[in-house]
Design a protein around this ligand. Structure first.
Ligand SMILES: *Cc1c(COP(=O)(O)O)cnc(C)c1O
Length: 435
């Protein structure tokens, strides 16, 4: 135990961490029920009873709406498609600007591009990691049509401040709630406190159907537009008597019956699964916070954080070793998790590179060769330069690290191994190889 594993010593643990696998008999029965029916999807892209999909899709939507306490839930085949449909529903125009955070999955920032709108990046909060209202306020322009707030890592964004800005500037707010189903803000479920909310059901998320998503809203007009965009709007509007044709070019964003049937079972497990995560995260936060220079990320006041991943802050000055070198040494002490063996220990430095640093934004090249839609905003003051969001950059480059090793069914004994690995590396920090 006295030599760091990265220097050839014995690691703290080699037995894989348990898989996060909650697809069980209920989901099998649900899938079989659909297979036995012979109807694997029941949509028609015209104004017909089947415009709204089959019985499993409709039951899933009803149950999702009841659970989250929202008027409309619209099942789609991914959060990415849900974000695009949500933006279409608010009548996004080519040339409009949409304010997004840079520290999120790329689809948050690319969704506006599909309508020819321009993503504008606002910085994030240093302690909570969500979009920073003060930065949003600075990025509002006469072209701003919407804000996409992301409940990143499972933490609800500051919806009170964002709603206040949106109201004063007459812009819409969409929550990208992919990482936060079951999170709460001031007594309401995350995703339900803005004009629209969008959840993901992809394999990596808290609950899943392989691929999938749900859009929620309390607004009847927005709900109808999302339903139309999901299912070939252009072929439906005439017979349905819809006269507002803005963004009524449809897609096929339809979730299948089998996915919906599985989703109904997964939804029943959401609170149990998020409760276990919260318990584990509190335990790990307490254990790792004993180490000087390591601090668990904060949970916003009046909020329930559901920890898609668990973030921590690392203080290089206090520890005297860079974050990357320290985390590399911890990783050498710990194994991967079952079902994700290829990824190594589920412990990472930073999250994603701030999105404006992607080639798409650096080169301003999206559709075609000529730089559309960025060309529409050529004489505006929109920057994707390095330094644009200094908090996100600093967190990414130096301060933030995160883990998924706290996912259920990890036990306190499993987490004790994680804590022991950090403690061992800290105790031997002078022996950590330089980067
Ligand atoms: C996973 C994720 C998405 C995309 O979800 P899909 O269902 O895979 O399209 C979007 N935003 C965030 C923040 C995510 O974590």
């Amino acid at each position: 135990m006295n030599i760091l594993a990265i220097n050839g010593g014995t690691p703290v643990r080699t037995k894989l961490f348990p898989a996060y696998k909650y697809i069980a008999q209920e989901e099998k029965d649900a899938a079989l029920r659909v297979l036995d029916s012979g109807i694997l999807s029941r949509y028609l892209g015209c104004w017909d009873d089947d415009f709204y999909g089959g019985p499993e899709v409709q039951a899933f939507e009803k149950e999702w709406a009841v659970f989250f306490g929202v008027k409309h839930a619209i099942a789609v085949n991914s959060c990415t498609s849900g974000l695009i449909a949500a933006l279409g529903s608010i009548d996004l125009e080519p040339g409009d600007e949409v304010i997004v955070p840079p520290y999120t999955m790329s689809a948050t920032a690319t969704a506006p591009l599909w309508y020819g709108a321009i993503p504008v990046f606002a910085d994030i909060e240093p302690n909570y990691f969500c979009i920073d209202p003060a930065s949003v306020e600075k990025k509002i322009s006469k072209y701003t049509k919407a804000i996409i707030a992301v409940d990143i890592f499972g933490q609800p964004h500051n919806a009170t401040a964002i709603a206040d800005i949106a109201k004063r500037h007459n812009v819409k707010v969409i929550t990208d709630c992919a990482q936060a189903p079951g999170a709460m803000y001031k007594g309401k479920y995350a995703g339900t406190v803005t004009d629209l909310g969008v959840y993901s059901l992809n394999y990596h998320k808290h609950i899943h159907t392989g691929e999938g998503g749900v859009v929620v809203t309390n607004d009847d007009t927005l709900a109808e537009k999302v339903q139309l965009i999901r299912n070939h709007a252009e072929s439906v509007v005439g017979d349905k008597g819809v006269t507002d044709l803005v963004n009524m070019v449809g897609q096929n964003y339809r979730l299948t019956e089998m996915q919906a049937a599985i989703g109904r079972e997964q939804l029943k497990k959401l609170l149990m699964l998020t409760d276990q995560r919260i318990t584990n995260c509190n335990y790990l936060a307490k254990g790792l916070s004993e180490i000087p220079g390591i601090l668990a990320g904060s949970v916003r006041e009046e909020s329930r954080h559901v920890f898609y991943i668990q973030p921590f802050l690392y203080d290089e000055k206090k520890i005297g070793v860079s974050r990357n070198a320290f985390i590399d040494a911890v990783k050498a002490e710990l194994p991967a998790s079952q079902l994700r063996e290829g990824e190594g220990p589920l412990l990472g430095t930073g999250y994603v590179k701030p999105l404006y640093l992607l080639p798409l934004f650096q080169k301003r090249m999206a559709f075609g060769k000529k730089g559309w839609p960025f060309t529409m905003a050529e004489n505006r003051n929109i920057s994707y330069d390095k330094g644009e969001c200094p908090v996100a950059e600093r967190l990414h480059e130096k301060e933030l690290f995160s883990t998924e090793m706290m996912r259920p069914p990890a036990t306190q004994a499993d987490l004790d191994d994680v804590i022991a690995a950090f403690q061992k590396v800290y105790d031997h920090k002078d022996e950590i190889p330089k980067e």
